[in-house]
Design a binder for this molecule. Sequence first.
Ligand SMILES: Cc1cc2nc3c(=O)[nH]c(=O)nc-3n(C[C@H](O)[C@H](O)[C@H](O)COP(=O)(O)O)c2cc1C
Length: 366
Amino acid sequence: MEENPLFRPFELKSLKLKNRIVMAPMTRSFSPDGVPGTNVAEYYSKRAAAEVGLILSEGTVIDRPSSSNDPNIPHFYGQTALAGWQTVINDVHQAGGQMGPQIWHMGVMGNHQSGWLPPTPFEGPSGLLNPDTTNGRTMTESDIADSIAAYGRAAADAKRLGFDCVEIHGAHGYLIDQFFWEGTNQRTDQYGGKTVAERNRYAIEVIEEVRRQVGDDFAVILRLSQFKPQDYTAKLAKNPQEMEAWLQPLADAGVDIFHCSQRRFWEAEFDGSDLNFAGWAKKVTGKASISVGSIGLSGEFMAAFRGESSQPSSLDELLRLMDRGDFDLAAVGRPLLADPHWAEKIRENRTGELKGFSKEALSILV
Ligand SMILES: Cc1cc2nc3c(=O)[nH]c(=O)nc-3n(C[C@H](O)[C@H](O)[C@H](O)COP(=O)(O)O)c2cc1C
């Protein structure tokens, strides 16, 4: 067996990965009018050619009039955008990689700094951006049904174009997470409720529709976070029992892999155990999981948006947790954004050549 747990192969349904390194989904805003061009295809295929086991695309939005707050974020609907994605996946496969799109509806957003607004108001469970700010409207049952159908169409298109899996974005305070979180879901119908298990209903219906569209053998990943950019201390599940009540129904609805977003992967989720979020997700559901958050870097990603740089850091703790079997895959964001050769350098022990991350990397596609 390969000594380094990051470089052991991984198979699950449609995924046959040469190693455990996942490129984390990262919004780049380089797709004018929602169409990813050949520069985007080149960006992803460079990572595929340089040892990244699985690439998750930047968040790419589903077919709802207000699913995005930025015209340069790619669409995952419409002939022209899907033709762009066809080139992306063909090039990634040509380079020896595997890839899934991260399908996304932002929900209620703050207005983009450019002043651009979608053609209809932002929509969410209760029109709330955070517990005391409204910046959109409350979705009706018909909006909810239409949005679920749009997630399903995007997943079906992912499979039709030849992608290897699909990831549903349920993290970071966006639409699905707005349903999970009591701070933004104040509904009194069947999509609301006092417990996260009750507020699960929207996500369950999305997952069931995605599963119905892609069939049993296509890997479905769900990305989740306890923290919200609106509130770093938010916790949907405050203990292992609540985590099981939250995640098991999502697993039953059709999730194959939980992608558990933390700002720092080494932080324990609950007192009394050093298991992190991905460790608990795997333990309570028996499903595979992905950990993420400052792997190989000294500082976390929300600070990066405020201009903070990070230096390369040791992978020893990550390897210890992976070797112990806490989680299956490790997602890496900023190191791979800044350097297409990050995974190759790790494999070849060229640690002296690692670059770290500085905010200048955000403004170019390399
Ligand atoms: C520029 C940038 C864009 C991001 N966009 C997304 C996104 O579209 N979807 C998502 O789920 N997470 C997004 N994230 C979060 C990353 O996927 C990842 O969880 C985070 O950067 C932590 O990993 P890192 O410490 O290795 O960078 C983004 C992060 C960065 C730095």
